[in-house]
Write a protein that binds this ligand. Structure first.
Ligand code: ATP
Ligand code: MG
Length: 415
């Protein structure tokens, strides 16, 4: 993309209400736009980051499940059937907004905050025999939650993007086996996202069956809302909410040796057991003709929260620093204002591929402004073209993260 076509400009300041570091930086760099508290539009640069995160998640998920796309709207009966209509404290609904629209329909719908209550009736309709099981299916979709506190930018949205996976099994053992496989793929995802070293499988509450825990994936982050206790030696962590000395003892951990850190929950997997199949009468016919409850698991990843976590975690005093795997572009070509520079840069832009480059083709801004914008936007490799570099048939390659600079021949770069 040419900078002159990037309609979302960078800005030096953001509104005083913007509190979180991720929202500040991402807004200033032109990646996101706040529509209302807790709801952000992803502008072209930001949407590329989301798509890159999604691609990594999708790639791993495709190895263990098939993708589908459920609805965002649902009838409230689905939520009443699971007894969650009156108990989920973030549940939102929607209906026609004015008198003329109400004349057409007075129906009110739930804006789904998650999809266990929605997928289970669908699975029940299609997979009622042991021959149809096990299966697993996932989606990447917008969720809606009426969060009380929506001041953390992308970390906590009222509208946000989640990957959710659901698995269905004939037995507890099969669920457990799949659950462990899913966990491994989760580990692979965070590693590919560049968060491997600082993301910990964390025991938390909310598992709905015998082992009483669910597993969260917590990334160390100063502004994270969770507190976890880290056992680095055994590469496991405990959410503060379950990390009582008694719990720790049960697990054979010396509580006093754990390290306390702030973290953000970037994923959560739940062995649901037969909770939803009981509530919704989801039985399958086994090969001996007996009727048995289906065993289920549910597995979430916060796609948009991840963008906020990564933005915050790697940022420095100059701006964003994207890991290569999810950066909006690989190269940021900075042509210093002068026709010869811009022409040479244009050629390089074509050679390196338009889809790989953000090309600062502006001729009406100062070099300082260009460098400032490039540092703020945080693309991993900056390629500077100036009169001086062209005299040496070269460009200057700047590593955004380290600041290391290197003069490289254009011919070499093209190869
Ligand atoms: P939290 O404890 O942070 O409120 P949760 O446990 O309610 O999250 P889950 O239902 O486990 O969330 O959702 C799966 C994942 O979706 C979470 O691990 C998190 O990464 C992400 N997520 C949940 N709520 C939000 C939100 N309001 N904004 C952005 N991402 C969210
Ligand atoms: Mg959770």
């Amino acid at each position: 993309m040419k900078f002159s076509q990037n309609f979302s400009k960078t800005s030096k300041t953001v509104s005083a209400e913007t509190e979180s570091i991720n929202a500040k930086l991402l807004t200033r760099a032109g990646f996101i736009y706040q529509e209302l508290a807790g709801a952000y539009a992803f502008l072209p640069l930001g949407w590329r980051v989301i798509q890159n995160i999604e691609a990594i998640v999708r790639d791993e998920m495709n190895k263990i499940a098939t993708e589908l796309h459920l609805t965002s709207l649902s009838p409230k009966e689905h939520w009443q059937a699971t007894k969650r209509h009156d108990s989920v404290d973030v549940l939102m609904s929607t209906k026609a907004a004015n008198d003329i629209a109400l004349q057409k329909s007075t129906a009110e719908y739930i804006l789904n905050p998650t999809h266990e209550d929605i997928i289970t009736p669908i699975a029940k309709q299609y997979a009622a025999s042991y021959r149809d099981l096990p299966f697993a299916t996932f989606q990447i979709q917008t969720k809606f939650r009426n969060e009380a506190r929506a001041k953390s930018g992308l970390l906590r949205g009222r509208e946000f993007i989640m990957k959710d996976l659901y698995s269905f099994h004939t037995s507890e053992e099969d669920l457990k086996k799949f659950y462990e496989v899913a966990k491994e793929h989760y580990v692979a995802i965070y590693k590919k996202l560049g968060l491997g070293e600082d993301t910990f499988v964390t025991l938390a509450s909310g598992g709905d069956f015998t082992n009483e825990y669910s597993h969260e994936f917590q990334t160390i982050l100063e502004s994270g809302e969770d507190t976890i206790y880290l056992d680095r030696k055994n590469n496991i962590a405990y959410n503060k909410e379950v990390a009582t000395p008694e719990d720790a003892k049960k697990l054979g951990v010396d509580f006093s040796e754990l390290e306390e850190v702030k973290a953000s929950e970037v994923g959560n997997i739940f062995p649901l057991g037969t909770k939803y199949s009981q509530l919704l009468d989801y039985y399958f016919t086994d090969n001996d003709n007996s009727r048995k409850l289906v065993w289920m698991g549910s597995y979430g990843i916060g796609i948009s929260r991840l963008m906020g976590v990564i933005a915050e975690k790697f940022a420095d005093e100059k701006g964003l620093v994207w890991p290569e795997s999810i950066a909006p572009y690989k190269y940021h070509i900075i042509a210093l204002p002068d026709k010869a520079n811009i022409d040479a840069a244009e050629e390089l832009y074509k050679t390196l591929g338009k889809n790989n480059c953000l090309f600062d083709d502006r001729s009406d801004v100062s070099p300082g402004e260009k460098f400032g914008d490039a540092d703020l936007i945080g693309i991993p490799t900056q390629i500077v073209i100036s009169k001086k570099t062209l005299e040496a048939d070269s460009v200057e390659i700047v590593d955004r993260k380290t600041g290391n600079k290197e003069l490289v021949k254009i011919s070499e770069l093209k190869n």
